[in-house]
Ligand binder design. Structure first.
Ligand SMILES: NC(=O)c1ccc[n+]([C@@H]2O[C@H](COP(=O)([O-])OP(=O)(O)OC[C@H]3O[C@@H](n4cnc5c(N)ncnc54)[C@H](O)[C@@H]3O)[C@@H](O)[C@H]2O)c1
Length: 382
C-alpha cells in the first residue's frame, strides 16, 4: 500500500530519487578534485564556509561529544540549520602512524531535516583536512597582515599540504618554511609540493628557525600532551598564529605567555574553552568568535604589530559546509554511488516486508548463506 497522502510529503529534495543516498568514498573525492582542480574546490568551499559562518545564529550548535582513551579521542559532531542536519564521526590518535594508520580518520553524513532522510554518507578524512585548511586560510585573510607572504609550517603530517595549498590559494602565501621532528614527514611535504607554481618551500633546522621572520605560523603537530611547540621567545610582533594541533583536553602546542600577548579568535567558545589552546587560561579569558569577524560585527586585526592567534579545534559548522559542498558537487557531476541505505517499502509500516527477497536474489542469498554455514562448519571441525 502506498502512503495515504503522498502530496503532503514535506521533503525539499523531491527532485532527487527519494530512496537513494549519495555514497562518497575517498576515490570519489579524488575524482572530484581531478575534475574541478584543487584550487577551485578550495575557493568554492571557502565561499560556502563564509556564507555558513555569516548565518551563525541560524544553526543549532552544541560542543562535540568526546570519548577519551589513553591513546586518543573519538568525537561525534552534530549540527543543523532547520533545513539540513550534518554529523561527523572523527578520531584523533597521534600514535596511529606506528600501525600504518592516519592520526585523524572521519566519516559523516547529511540529512533532510523535513523527513530525516539521509541524503549523503561521505568519507571525511580528506574532507576534514580540506575544511580545516580552508577555514584556517579564511581566518588568516581576516587576521593576518595584508602583506603576509611567508608561512612557517611546524608539523608536516597529513594536514600540512592542505594547509599549505589553502593559504597559497586563498591568502597569498608564497614561501613556506617547514619543520617536523621527523625529517621523513618533511621529505613527503617537500615532494608533494615540489611542482606547485609560485610556492617556494624552504626546509628549516628547528621550530625556532622555521618561525623566525615568518608572517604566519601554522602549528600542525600531533602529540597527546601539553606540549609547548611555540614558545614566547619565538613570537614576533605582527605575527598571525594558526594553532591547529591543540584540539583536545590535555593536548596543546602554544605557551600560555603567547596567549596572553595575543588577540585570540575561536570557532565556538564553549567547545574551544575545553579543547583549544585556551584550556590553559581562566574561564573568562577574552576571545572573539570567528563568525562575528566574518560578519563585520567584531574587528579582526587592528594594527600591524598586533599578534593574532586562531585557536582552531574544528567545529561542526565546518563539516556541515563541506558536506553541503560535496553533496551539491557530487549530485551535479554524478560522482559517487547512489545506494539504497533505507529500505524502499511499498507500505512504510511494513518494514518486515523488507526482509522478503525476490526468487533470484533469494537463490543467491541462500547460496551465500549455505556457503557461510559450510565454512563455519569446516572451521568448527578443524
Ligand atoms: N583543528 C582542527 O580542526 C583539526 C583538524 C584536523 C586535525 N587536527 C589536528 O592537527 C594535528 C595534525 O594532524 P595530522 O593529521 O597532520 O597529524 P599527523 O600525525 O599526520 O602529523 C603530525 C606531525 O607532527 C609532527 N610533530 C609532532 N610533534 C612535533 C613537534 N614538537 N615539532 C614538530 N613536529 C612535530 C609529527 O612528526 C607528525 O609528522 C593533530 O594534532 C590533529 O589532531 C586539527
Amino acid at each position: 500500500m502506498l502512503p495515504s497522502q503522498p502530496g503532503s510529503c514535506p521533503t525539499r529534495f523531491s527532485s532527487h530519487h527519494p530512496f537513494h543516498t549519495r555514497w562518497v568514498v575517498p576515490a570519489d573525492l579524488a575524482r572530484l578534485v581531478a575534475h574541478e582542480g584543487l584550487a577551485r574546490v578550495m575557493r568554492d568551499l571557502g565561499d560556502i564556509l563564509l556564507a555558513d559562518f555569516r548565518r551563525w545564529p541560524q544553526f543549532d550548535k552544541v560542543a562535540r561529544v568526546a570519548a577519551h582513551s589513553d591513546d586518543g579521542v573519538i568525537e561525534l559532531m552534530p549540527i543543523a540549520d532547520g533545513r539540513l542536519h550534518a554529523f561527523k564521526y572523527v578520531n584523533g590518535h597521534p600514535g596511529n602512524g606506528r600501525c600504518g594508520m592516519p592520526t585523524v580518520m572521519a566519516f559523516g553524513g547529511l540529512a533532510d531535516v523535513a523527513t530525516g532522510f539521509p541524503l549523503l554518507v561521505s568519507e571525511m578524512t580528506i574532507a576534514t583536512a580540506l575544511r580545516t585548511a580552508v577555514t584556517s586560510a579564511l581566518a588568516a585573510r581576516a587576521l593576518a597582515r595584508a602583506d603576509a607572504r611567508t608561512m612557517a609550517i611546524v608539523g608536516n603530517g597529513a594536514q600540512s599540504e592542505f594547509q599549505a595549498l589553502a593559504f597559497h590559494t586563498l591568502s597569498g602565501i608564497r614561501t613556506l618554511r617547514v619543520f617536523d621532528v621527523d625529517p621523513a614527514a618533511t621529505d613527503k611535504l617537500c615532494a608533494n609540493l615540489a611542482d606547485t607554481p609560485g610556492l617556494d618551500v624552504v626546509r628549516a633546522a628547528s621550530v625556532a628557525d622555521a618561525v623566525a621572520g615568518a608572517d604566519i605560523v601554522s602549528l600542525l603537530t600531533a602529540d597527546k600532551r601539553r606540549a609547548t611547540v611555540l614558545t614566547d621567545a619565538m613570537v614576533e610582533p605582527g605575527m598571525h598564529i594558526n594553532a591547529v594541533g591543540g584540539d583536545c583536553p590535555g593536548k596543546t602546542e602554544v605557551a600560555p605567555e603567547v596567549l596572553r600577548r595575543a588577540s585570540v579568535f575561536v570557532e565556538y567558545a564553549p567547545q574551544s574553552r575545553i579543547e583549544g589552546e585556551i584550556q590553559q587560561m581562566p574561564a573568562d579569558f577574552p576571545v572573539t568568535e570567528l563568525w562575528s569577524v566574518f560578519c563585520g560585527a567584531a574587528p579582526g586585526r587592528s594594527d600591524a604589530a598586533q599578534i593574532t592567534l586562531f585557536d582552531s579545534v574544528g567545529f561542526a559548522l565546518e563539516d556541515f559546509s563541506v558536506l553541503r559542498y560535496l553533496y551539491d558537487a557530487c549530485e551535479r557531476l554524478d560522482i559517487g554511488e547512489r545506494v539504497r541505505l533505507v529500505p524502499e517499502l511499498r507500505d512504510p509500516r511494513d518494514l518486515y516486508g523488507a526482509l522478503r527477497v525476490d526468487s533470484s536474489a533469494g537463490a543467491t542469498a541462500m547460496a551465500v548463506a549455505a556457503a557461510i554455514a559450510g565454512a563455519t562448519a569446516t572451521a568448527a571441525v578443524t
